[in-house]
Design a protein around this ligand. Sequence first.
Ligand SMILES: *Cc1c(COP(=O)(O)O)cnc(C)c1O
Length: 362
Amino acid sequence: MTNQPLKINFNSGPAALPLPVLQAASAAVINYNDTGLSILGIPHRGKLFAAILEEAKSLVKELCGLGDDYEVLWMHGGGRLQFAMLPMNFLGDGETAGYIDSGYWAADAISYAKYYGNVAVLASSKEDNYTHLPVWPDAIPKDLAYLHITTNNTIYGTQCHDIPKADVPLIADMSSDIFSRQMDYTNCDAFYAVAQKNIGAAGVTMVAIKKAMLQRIRRTLPPMLSYAAHAQAGSVLNTPPVFAIYTALLMLRWTKEKTIATIEKENNEKANALYQEIERNSLFDGIVSNTADRSKMNVCFTAKQPEHEKAFVNFCEANNVTGIEGHRSVGAFRASLYNAISLADVQQLVALMQEFENLNNK
Ligand SMILES: *Cc1c(COP(=O)(O)O)cnc(C)c1O
């Protein structure tokens, strides 16, 4: 059964959330846990919010298998502020950071790093319009300040299926596939994810960072831009996005209850169902050239006949299925199959693709 409220929503982010999470978040806006207070009006330094922060932090650690050597932070500013803060904190003048250029967000992270130091792009698939993952160099230079990767390329629909090990601090943008599968998060010295895909509502970014990294900050920074200051203040350096963090907690509870193992199994089934239909259907083609690199979160595809692009989007909209238009830099279609999307939701899209094929092959 679909667990979405009205339409089936394949948007890439902000994206669909499970109905029980939306219901609990809505109820808390009126009366949080029978306190007689709206979640929107509780003090950010009070006991109620301290408990929310504590539970959210421990759930992130539990779901990712992190020990006490990691700090979990909740921050403003989305992915882009992380793109800036990482080099601000960890790339000293004259130092070089390594980046893997696997797509739009990876390239944006590179452009931000260049404000603060040298960037070595160790691998890129830009020349092929990112239709596959870049091929890594045989060796990663050992003198890099850190290595930055993007585990899932939301816009181009490719995904690294394992987190590599590196001899230099490894930092990963996991915005669009965190909690989507079991993986060794502890290979990363830091990883971050904006909430609006698999963690909840826009307005907050989860950052998990090894405490040892906080000793390696290269600049004197204003507190709002320093990971150490955020860690020391327990994510309440200033007024944090209380409601977004509470929504993240609801989503973390949902994730724990479902288990990442079950989520991973369903994500495999969902992606298989859609990729199989794209291959079978005479009207559509996949975009990712190397099938091993295909993302299980963002499925990008195109219509063989250009006039079918708008027509299929309209057909979906008329049937209560929304959000399948591709990003402006890739075009055609993208269906985002984040954790909140059920197999039944995907089967509904597959059924529409089949119906559309029948209608157009008459
Ligand atoms: C969505 C996304 C971001 C988003 O960043 P914002 O600045 O919050 O819009 C960053 N990285 C990846 C991989 C994403 O999918």
